[in-house]
Design a protein. Sequence first.
Lengths: 504, 96
Amino acid sequence: MDRLCTRTIHELRSLMDQGACDPQALLEELLEQIERLNPTLHAYITVDAERLRQRLEQRLRQGPRGKLFGIPITVKDNLCVQGEETTCASRILRNFRPPYTASAVERLCQAGAIIVPRANMDEFAFGSSTESSAYGVTRNPWDLERVPGGSSGGSACAVAADAAIAALGTDTGGSIRQPAAFCGVVGLKPTYGRVSRYGLIAFASSLDCIGPITKDVHDCALLLSVLAGYDPKDSTCAPVEVPDYVAAMQQPVQGLRFGVPNEYLIEAGIEPDVKAALEESCRALEQLGMQRVSVSLPHTSSAVATYYVVATAEASSNLARYDGVRYGARAATDGGSLLDMYQRTRADGFGTEAKRRIILGTYVLSRGYYDAYYLKGLKVRTLIKRDFDEALTHCDVLICPTSPTAAFRIGEKLDDPLQMYLSDIFTISANLAGIPALSMPCGLTTKGLPIGMQLMAGPFREETLLQAAYAYEQATEWHRRKPDLRPQTSDFRTGKEVGGVTDV
Amino acid sequence: MAIVTTQDVQHVALLARLALGDDELKKLAAQLDEILEYVRQLQAVSTDGVDPTSHALPLADITRPDQRLPSLPPEEALTLAPARHGHLVKVPKVID
């Protein structure tokens, strides 16, 4: 029998219902997997096994016995968990133990889940590679010399390596979908406002979303059903009814129309293997009875520029709160002024990319540049949003690659921020438009690296996304491919001979 | 031609309360210049008569009933402060 940690939530659920899976055995197998792989992959910043055992015992004694009873769910390090160190992978929040728990995490607890905190990430979610974490890089389980994507790289890596059953990530410009694509798992950025962000450490408030990263589409639907819904603690959370996503996912797809935006296929820098996999996937969707239509998103080439103005402006404003006064680290300034204390605290506490974004964001908001950069960005954002409104009148789902390339090498783009930003070209528009978008595995490159397909739909049309994704998944085998992490074939220190593919 | 000078970055860094070393200033000025050069492509997009979008959802003026609700007790909030004095957060001297 497969080890329990390799299973999905829905498989574990039915095994538990049959009495064939003991939650304690599940947790022990998961901890064993984490202990074996984490020193190399570094998907988690830290894991406190004893605390998790205690939490499970308490859950078994007291419930609640919901849909996720006894299932460990991994949580990214930017979601507050009461009493647990939560740092956003930044030095400035070292030892920060939030006095309350994020609503999204609370909903998992209410459903009976065991929270596994501290999945690694880019510092403050600034990045597409998880290299900017103040606590070390995460490696891609398919090739240890490559990045897992980011910023939710720890979450995606853990799910791909069976060091998590499922995870929460956050997505401001692709931070759930791109790592899901790079690691060969499923990631969903819900509609803006679908999931409460109370207790999420803010990056860019008009773009940030919380969503699931899972081994398959079924688990994605299941977790979204738990996470979605109105929360009075978050005034940007939409009072929109939550459908049964698991039931919706199983609806037939015959007659659904999908559009492949013309601009996305002519985009420079798209890897031939990625393009081929996408074409193949489109044929598969047609065979399922979906109808391909031609659509256009004319402002695609402006998306990255727009995003890096809007997102950094909001980030510089959100990060102003880290001043060493009320919480977090404070630099020692013997006899210095308050200004010295602010400046030193922030200089010591933030990493290179955080400083870069604070400076860029402050610049575009400053007098003399506000109209030319920030206000202009907001206007172009309107045009990008209109493109999607228009395109989605011609089709139900938009299909494109999640990323123009498969996972890139560690260090490759670290000193070239613009190249790093351009790798987000296909994901950031969904955040600017506020629409839901899902990434799922749809192939492997000739080097054996996962390729992600992105599906996007209109606001609050997650059902349609899941419906198309589930049909595709049922018809293909990509989600069953796993990285080869057997100790006898892998030299975890050098990364040699790693990256092979096994069917399970 | 560079439009972002190290002086510009120095000025913005002060606004952002960030102490930067000379090497950081130089590197950031060059990178900012490259990024903003890329961003300036937006100037070519016609936005006449287009309203700005600051928020993707059409939600506005969200209110809740004006009721007293439990909030974080001061003692608990203050355990997070790097320095405190009784029930206050302590900071370096502001006024001489």
